[in-house]
Design a protein around this ligand. Structure first.
Ligand SMILES: NC(=O)c1ccc[n+]([C@@H]2O[C@H](COP(=O)([O-])OP(=O)(O)OC[C@H]3O[C@@H](n4cnc5c(N)ncnc54)[C@H](OP(=O)(O)O)[C@@H]3O)[C@@H](O)[C@H]2O)c1
Length: 275
């Protein structure tokens, strides 16, 4: 299905901005225009293509303002500490109907609405955006119409699924899906180490563990079953998996994930307070 998007500028097109750009240039997406910016030529040059105008502000000092001139969607992909300065720089050049969307962690909608007059949203995508499998939390500001929210949603649906949530929940979402890929990679690392301890080579261990994670995730999606039901199906009564799960249950992962996400949430609040 073809997705039509209005003109887009991405200001700060590094890891996350670049991941979103990879969704915008998919063949089934038609954007009226795409302009992206970075400071350095090293970052900007590889992003240029027949569909993307890529600007380095080191070479074109007013490149950010030029990029947002006439853009309906302005996506901010710079680091959180730079959002306010960049918005002040852009404000005079923004179109009256510009929809400003920031992916910066910890920078509130109120902070941004104090600088720009129009529609502002906050988004929290995660790194699987690079492969079109992101989960993005999307929160609308006080001046965002339903039509503008729908446009913002379309942007992030080019890289995966979107969950529209109130801003009060965006830090909590970040502790689950934003940080979540790191939790999964950590589990993969540790299970791989265990496989090596059991005598497998690093390659054998990686094949077993990576394919098991991928296979289990695909089974979860394609079966439509709940994970607890799928786990029961692997866990024969009095079998080997039952013994292993019994040991894992003693570790109380629910309590452990609760503590881990609380720590992440506390850090998000520190960052919002400027620490
Ligand atoms: N990475 C994640 O998993 C993730 C997830 C969700 C949200 N985010 C958010 O995404 C934002 C960016 O993170 P990131 O990891 O993508 O960082 P990054 O890779 O460092 O990207 C930031 C980019 O902004 C460019 N930039 C800096 N100042 C600029 C300016 N004044 N004008 C134009 N471009 C400028 C940088 O270009 P130069 O290098 O050339 O200076 C760089 O390419 C952060 O606010 C973060 O909170 C990240």
């Amino acid at each position: 299905m073809t997705v039509s998007l209005p003109s887009i500028a991405i200001i700060g097109t590094g890891s996350m901005g670049g991941a979103i750009l990879s969704g915008l240039v998919r063949p089934e997406v038609e954007a009226a225009s795409i302009t992206v910016t970075n400071r350095s030529v090293a970052k900007a040059a590889p992003l240029a293509s027949d569909r993307v105008v890529s600007v380095a502000t080191d070479v074109t000092p007013d490149g950010n303002r030029v990029a947002v001139t006439g853009a309906r969607i302005v996506l901010l992909g710079v680091k959180p500490a730079m959002i306010s300065d960049v918005l002040r720089e852009l404000a005079p050049a923004l179109s009256p109907d510009a929809i400003v969307i920031s992916v910066a962690a910890g920078v509130t909608i109120a902070t941004m609405e104090a600088i720009v007059p129009g529609a502002v949203l906050r988004a929290m995508p995660n790194t699987p955006a690079v492969v079109g499998r992101a989960v993005t939390g999307l929160s609308r500001g006080s001046r965002v119409s339903d039509a503008e929210l729908a446009i913002a949603r379309d942007v992030f649906e080019t890289v995966g699924d979107v969950l529209v949530i109130p801003e009060e929940k965006i830090d909590a979402l970040s502790t689950i899906s934003g940080s979540g890929p790191a939790y999964v990679f950590y589990l993969i690392e540790e299970l791989t180490r265990t496989a090596v301890d059991l005598g497998f080579t690093a390659d054998e261990a990686a094949l077993m563990v990576n394919t098991t994670f991928l296979g289990a995730a695909e089974l979860l999606v394609s079966s439509g079953e709940n994970p607890d039901e799928l786990r029961r199906r692997v866990t024969s009564p009095k079998g080997t998996t039952e013994r292993a799960i019994g040991v894992l249950e003693q570790a109380d992962l629910h309590e452990l994930f609760g503590r881990a996400t609380s720590a992440a949430l506390a850090r998000a609040r520190e960052m919002a307070a400027g620490a």
